[in-house]
Ligand binder design. Structure first.
Ligand SMILES: Cc1cc2nc3c(=O)[nH]c(=O)nc-3n(C[C@H](O)[C@H](O)[C@H](O)COP(=O)(O)OP(=O)(O)OC[C@H]3O[C@@H](n4cnc5c(N)ncnc54)[C@H](O)[C@@H]3O)c2cc1C
Length: 552
């Protein structure tokens, strides 16, 4: 029998201290007198590998700091389960992610607004992107923020293979892109902007959550696993949570104003379902009484990526630099504040391009690095010099679901992404993979190219390429959509355009799960933008003035 103790009341209770939860905690505690409690299932973010950018590769496999989710097998993954790691510490996935700052296209957000979400078009959300950002480097000040909490920097480590790759892409007609975050001119090739500054990762916890603790009105509880949203009728009143270390001691914390779920796309869906908010059939299967019959957990989307790998000659790649004396030298450089592989994001170069010449805007994102991983899966570096060109489709049509398996808060839910199920996704991926291979075969890169590794040179036909994608493809970790934003008339919607759960009171969802559709980008800064905007909605402040006059 679980013991119950420690009952407290705050103005707001936020579940999850990730990208969204950290921003929210910061903004809500800006109001004098307001008290906020953040519950985080994971431990504090003290591990040094969180803060050194290259530690990413180690943290991915550390179960103390990550959720080690596995997807269900599917046809699109040749029957494989895909490891779908998520962050589980202060900062959530922003403490273990690839640190790429990528907003997407104007059309992404205009599409959100077009679905009936007032105030979520590009000109409306742009000021919220800006409010988060402290851009250090080139950029139009109408589009980039200069005084936000999150430093966004350019790469300071230039490798000849990256330069040759960019020259080769330009030679193929993919123009060099000065700023892919301009909203309107994404297409092209160049280096990524990153949340790395002075050699360190700048997670959402580091720049938003921890500074807010100085107000004295933010109570951050780690190792606190939310197990259920508490309701009085249809009004959310608090959270029941369990000590994640002893897995036994139960607590309750109450919210005078609102309960806000920011547990990420998988766990927000699970927590809602355990609390009686979800599809009636799913709740009945696990024996939970239905409080609100809503499509929680449906509309799950992710970027499914394929990584094309080649051997490299005539130059050292990250594969060798990360070993033995090479690594010692890199550590020394990092400690002296010099450019080093320790301060890199896993992907250095981007390319955005079209799967078909008839398109107006890119529908493909590619990434490139002078490094390669065994079996093409980001993890252990190859023993030989290598380079990788990854690719995924911007806006996948295939949708999947997240369903709680049982009422046990310690059991991971079923995650079925249905990768590559939609024929459109297969067509776009085929074009993307072929383009990625061509990008590794340019004359400009020839001095360094030493043969195809993945897939081998024998792969040519559509069937062979798709077979490769199914057997070697993986998540890009951009999970969205399980608490989709949309009007009550939309049968796929879970929250309204103020992120309030339909049919319930004092309960909002603020994280990547509310995205109605996939942005044509990595999802970190869009999630922070959502939290920035949500904070104004929650505080009852007028929205920031739309940024007009930006060329469409
Ligand atoms: C490996 C990886 C690499 C990525 N690389 C990039 C990148 O380079 N660029 C980019 O733009 N995006 C990237 N992303 C995606 C980006 O990090 C996410 O989109 C973003 O962090 C989502 O924010 P969130 O607030 O929805 O969830 P998260 O940041 O995941 O935060 C959710 C938090 O809630 C906590 N939580 C969950 N359940 C409970 C519970 N029951 N009780 C208490 N706490 C709970 C979790 O432990 C976690 O701390 C990456 C993601 C991963 C995992």
């Amino acid at each position: 029998m679980a013991e119950q103790r420690n009952v407290d009341t705050f103005d707001y209770v936020i579940v999850g201290s990730g990208a969204a939860g950290s921003v929210l905690a910061h903004r809500l505690t800006e109001d004098p007198g307001i008290t906020v409690c953040v519950l985080e299932c994971g431990p504090p973010d003290r591990h040094p590998y969180i803060h050194v950018p290259a530690g990413f590769i180690k943290m991915l496999f550390n179960p103390n700091y990550t959720w080690q989710f596995q997807t269900e097998p599917g046809e699109g993954t040749a029957g494989r389960r895909i490891p779908t790691t998520q962050g589980r510490t202060l900062g959530g996935s922003s403490s273990i992610n690839g640190m790429i700052y990528n907003r997407g296209q104007r059309a992404d957000f205009d599409n959100w607004a077009q679905r009936g979400n007032r105030g979520w078009g590009y000109v409306d959300v742009l000021p919220y992107f800006k409010r988060t950002e402290r851009r250090i480097g080139i950029g139009d000040d109408r589009i980039h923020g200069r005084s936000g909490n999150l430093p966004v920097t350019d790469i300071d480590w230039i490798h000849p293979v990256c330069e040759a790759f960019i020259d080769g892409a330009a030679g193929m007609g993919i123009p060099r892109c000065a700023d892919y975050n301009s909203g309107d001119r994404q297409e092209g090739v160049g280096y990524f902007q990153r949340a790395i500054f002075k050699g360190y990762r700048h997670s959402a916890a580091r720049v938003f959550l921890h500074p807010a603790r100085r107000t004295g009105r933010l109570d951050v509880r780690t190792d606190a696993r939310a197990a259920q949203v508490l309701f009085d009728g249809k009004r959310a009143t608090g959270i029941r949570y369990i000590d994640d270390r002893d897995r036994t001691t139960e607590y309750r914390v109450f919210a005078r104003r609102e309960v806000i779920l920011s547990c990420g796309t998988v766990n927000t869906a699970k927590l809602l379902q355990l609390s009686g908010v979800g599809p009636a059939s799913v709740l009945q299967d696990i024996g939970v009484p239905v409080l609100a019959d809503l499509p929680v957990g449906e509309n799950f989307r992710d970027h499914y990526s394929a990584r094309i790998v080649a051997r490299v000659k005539n130059v050292r790649t990250i594969n060798e630099m990360a070993r033995g004396m090479g690594l010692a030298g890199q550590i020394a450089r990092w400690m002296l504040g010099k450019p080093s592989i320790l301060a890199l994001s896993p992907s250095l170069v981007h390319w955005f391009w079209k799967s078909d010449d008839a398109l107006d805007f890119p529908d493909l994102q590619g990434v490139f690095s002078p490094a390669s991983y065994r079996q093409g899966f980001v993890g252990l570096l190859d023993e030989f010099p290598g380079m990788t060109c990854g690719v995924w489709q911007h806006r996948p049509e295939s949708t999947g679901y997240v369903h709680a398996r049982s009422t046990d808060p310690f059991t991971d839910p079923v995650i079925q992404p249905n990768y590559l199920k939609d024929p459109m996704d297969r067509r776009v991926m085929l074009a993307g993979m072929r383009l990625a291979r061509r990008l590794l075969h340019t004359p400009e890169l020839a001095a360094y190219f030493d043969g195809d590794v993945l897939p081998g040179p024998e792969v040519h036909s559509d069937d062979e390429w798709l077979d490769f994608a199914r057997r070697y493809g993986s998540t890009a970790y951009h999970l969205i959509g399980t608490a989709r934003m949309g009007p009550a008339s939309d049968p796929t919607a879970v929250v309204d355009d103020e992120l309030r759960v339909h049919g319930l009171q004092a309960l909002r969802v603020v994280d990547a799960s509310v995205m109605p559709n996939m942005p044509s980008a990595n999802t970190y800064c869009s999630t922070m933008m959502i939290a920035e905007k949500a904070s104004d909605l929650i505080r009852g402040r007028p929205p920031l003035a739309p940024v007009e006059g930006i060329a469409a």
